[in-house]
Design a protein around this ligand. Structure first.
Ligand SMILES: *[C@@H]1O[C@H](CO)[C@@H](O)[C@H](O)[C@H]1NC(C)=O
Ligand SMILES: *[C@@H]1O[C@H](CO)[C@@H](O)[C@H](O)[C@H]1NC(C)=O
Ligand SMILES: *[C@@H]1O[C@H](CO)[C@@H](O)[C@H](O)[C@H]1NC(C)=O
Ligand SMILES: *[C@@H]1O[C@H](CO)[C@@H](O)[C@H](O)[C@H]1NC(C)=O
Length: 349
């Protein structure tokens, strides 16, 4: 199947499941715009003496697919609002290939900064000391990046109490980590598909995916970045198995793609002093996932930097599990992932 056909298929599957903003007995659900960015808000109906917690959820979809409207996302956000009696904000953002980096990130930041204004938080009864940023997969990349960027901004940095990252994609410079090698054929997300889709966000260049598949897409002058994702240093022994670390071969790539080396695409590419400032963190990794090691490396690096991290590893999990918690599949695995995420929020936010 060619890439476009594959994408179309996914797009159809994913839009078939689009939901309308329906309210239920406990939650008022509205679709609106924050700073011209479409968002869905889940607002508990119950009267509350005190201000509420809030969760910002950035959906996944390899930067090319997905929406807060998809049934699995609507369902997890609704349940979070219900279980925690919390406000949930789910922004959409412009997607590749139509919109390249940094469109997605900019949209997330605009919507989130709008929400974090004191007057907006007050309007929705949100406690500004109990706000979390969450995301899965590429949404996890966006959530991790937003959490990092807000630390540079005195107006917002104290408003993020926690970040929760569900099988996040966190780097693009080494695509031959042990998990990329072991699970290159999936399940669900193959190495080739992930790289092809992510490339659509990074650059309009047909040759780039092949270069990244060969893992020689980093130019000489960016070699120093490998130390941030060196799995030989950061992966617990049990995940290394019989893999032997080989530094990726430096490429002599024709076109320059600064986004590939940008920590706003790959949040693992920041130094320890930048990590130190990050809030309480929850990371969920799945064993059967090319992105497993991205998550595991972030767990180690954050802990090394002194950030408190809770890490759940789902031994029988695979990438995208949260998408399968709803009809028609209703997989137990998806429900378990959801439950772990929501329970952590319940106890820690
Ligand atoms: C509304 O909240 C009640 C009490 O927590 C719960 O039993 C019920 O299932 C909730 N309704 C929905 C639609 O989630
Ligand atoms: C990666 O880590 C190993 C083990 O600590 C070390 O020998 C190697 O030089 C490191 N490579 C890079 C590029 O950081
Ligand atoms: C660079 O471009 C030339 C001409 O299009 C091509 O032959 C060569 O394979 C390219 N090199 C890389 C590393 O992509
Ligand atoms: C970490 O990176 C930041 C931003 O690039 C830089 O200002 C700072 O000096 C670096 N710190 C160390 C210890 O390298």
């Amino acid at each position: 199947m060619g890439l476009m056909k594959f994408e179309d298929l996914f797009l159809i599957l994913m839009t078939l499941q689009d939901t309308k903003p329906f309210s239920d007995e406990n939650i008022t659900v509205i679709d609106t715009d924050f700073s011209n960015i479409p968002v869905r808000l889940y607002l508990p109906k119950r009267k509350s003496e005190r201000q509420r917690r809030a969760i910002i959820y950035i959906h996944g979809g390899a930067f090319t697919l997905g929406s807060f409207k998809m049934l699995p996302y609507d369902s997890v956000n609704r349940e979070t609002a219900n279980k925690l009696d919390a406000v949930v904000l789910a922004p959409d953002y412009r997607l590749a290939p139509q919109y390249l980096y940094p469109a997605a990130l900019e949209d997330c930041i605009s919507a989130i900064k709008f929400f974090l204004q004191d007057k907006v938080l007050a309007k929705y009864g949100v406690d500004s000391n109990r706000i979390c940023i969450s995301g899965d997969s590429s949404g996890g990349a966006l959530a991790a990046t937003v959490a990092q960027l807000l630390q540079d901004d005195p107006q917002y940095k104290d408003k993020i109490k926690a970040q929760t990252l569900i099988y996040p994609m966190l780097q693009t410079i080494d695509t031959l980590t042990p998990s990329y090698q072991t699970y290159k054929h999936g399940p669900f997300l193959s190495r080739r598909t992930a790289i092809k889709l992510a490339c659509l966000y990074i650059a309009d260049n047909n040759e780039l995916p092949e270069t990244i598949l060969r893992n020689n897409h980093v130019p000489q002058e960016s070699r120093h970045l490998f130390k941030f994702v060196n799995w030989s240093d950061f992966l617990p022994e049990k995940y290394k198995k019989n893999h032997v670390y080989k530094e990726p071969v430096l490429g002599n790539i024709n076109a320059s793609h600064p986004a590939l080396m940008d920590n706003k695409v790959s949040p693992l590419l920041v130094n320890d002093s930048q990590l130190q400032r990050l809030p309480l963190t929850y990371i969920l990794t799945c064993e059967h996932d090319i992105l497993r090691d991205d998550g595991l490396i972030y767990v180690t690096r954050l802990r090394n930097a002194g950030v408190p991290v809770t890490h759940d590893h789902i031994e029988d999990g695979f990438h995208g599990a949260i998408l399968f918690a709803t009809a028609p599949l209703n997989l137990q695995l998806g429900l378990r992932v959801r439950k772990k995420y929501i329970s952590w929020l319940e106890e820690n936010l």
